[in-house]
Design a protein around this ligand. Structure first.
Ligand code: NAD
Length: 292
């Protein structure tokens, strides 16, 4: 078992993870398997799907892969059905599929095709997979739905208003469905992620000399890893989360809590460019006011 703490936490459980070949999702699959769960993986990328399936099997657990474009009508429902066929049920549904679409631009330049793409990639499948999987969870009196938002769903992201709208929608959906299902032993919660190295963030590849600057805006001092977020998913999937209903846990190394605060080499500031400018001792001599 790779995680610290009590365990195994998911003995005898079965899970389906959408976007399951992704960085956070595949780390979640490995951790769930370490904790005794069988895990189905649904992803559009065959190689990533196979790798995630193999990683679960290497841990002695059952797994199947469903290679499918989950944005297509009916596809995510079919993935739930395949997981039930292979693993007998879905106790834990992890709706990890999501993407910000990287060609940001002014809202007025976006069009209905952009919004539809973002809707299908981020929100629609969350409804559809939950709709398919939840009735059997209610019948069994136990279930978990774990959705994925973004810190940008709570804060803001200029040039990505539609994306943030759908991530915010996931959080509202999580809250309402969580309350609606609480009396049936089904817990619905979400994770809002930020700054975690992954396929879609390009693993934040940058020249080594820039790495020291990461701690300027990430209070934890580094980019996140899939495993950091998987630990939160494990908690929400387990009985430890029995008293947690309809919430979104922020997993971001501190970026949301920091708000507009940044750590320069000498101090914390909410005026980063000004302060860095004035940290230059020569210029400091003529500094006209006190900056935090
Ligand atoms: N990484 C971050 O910092 C971050 C920030 C905010 C939110 N999130 C959210 O966390 C979740 C996981 O993100 P990640 O960064 O690990 O992602 P990732 O890019 O590593 O993985 C995404 C996976 O989705 C799969 N996929 C893409 N299109 C698909 C489709 N049409 N059908 C099926 N599968 C498809 C890809 O093949 C890939 O394996 C997402 O919901 C994302 O929005 C992540």
């Amino acid at each position: 078992m790779s995680s610290s703490g009590p365990g195994p936490l998911l003995e005898g459980r079965t899970a389906l993870i959408t976007g399951g070949g992704g960085t956070i999702a595949s780390a979640t699959a490995r951790l769930f398997a370490d904790h005794g769960a069988d895990v189905a993986i649904a992803d559009i990328d065959a190689e990533r799907t196979n790798q995630a399936v193999e990683s679960v099997r290497e841990r002695g657990r059952n797994s199947i892969g469903v290679v499918s474009d989950l944005t297509v009508d009916g596809a995510v429902e079919a993935a739930v059905d395949s997981a039930i066929d292979a693993l007998s049920r879905v106790d834990i549904l992890v709706n990890a599929l999501g993407h910000a679409k990287n060609n940001f631009g002014p809202f007025q330049n976006s069009d209905s095709a952009d919004w539809e793409w973002l809707y299908r990639m981020n929100l629609r499948h969350v409804y559809a997979a939950s709709h398919r999987a939840v009735p059997a969870m209610i019948e069994r009196g136990w279930g978990r739905v774990i959705n994925f938002s973004s810190v940008e769903g709570q804060r803001s992201m200029p040039y990505a208003a539609a994306y943030t709208g759908f991530k915010g929608g996931i959080e509202s959906f999580t809250k309402s469905l969580g309350v609606e299902l609480a009396g049936y032993g089904v817990r619905v919660n979400a994770i809002a992620v930020d700054k975690t190295s992954s396929h879609q963030t390009g693993f934040y590849a940058m020249p080594p000399e820039y790495e020291e600057h990461v701690k300027v805006w990430v209070p934890a001092g580094r980019f996140g890893r899939g495993e950091d977020v998987a630990n939160v998913a494990l908690f929400l999937a387990s009985d430890l989360a029995e008293w947690v209903v309809g919430h979104t846990v922020v997993a971001d190394g501190g970026t949301l809590a920091a708000g507009g605060w940044f750590r320069t080499p000498q101090r914390w500031t909410n005026s980063p460019l000004l302060v860095q400018y004035f940290e230059d001792e020569d210029r400091n001599a003529s500094r006209p006011w006190n900056l935090q």
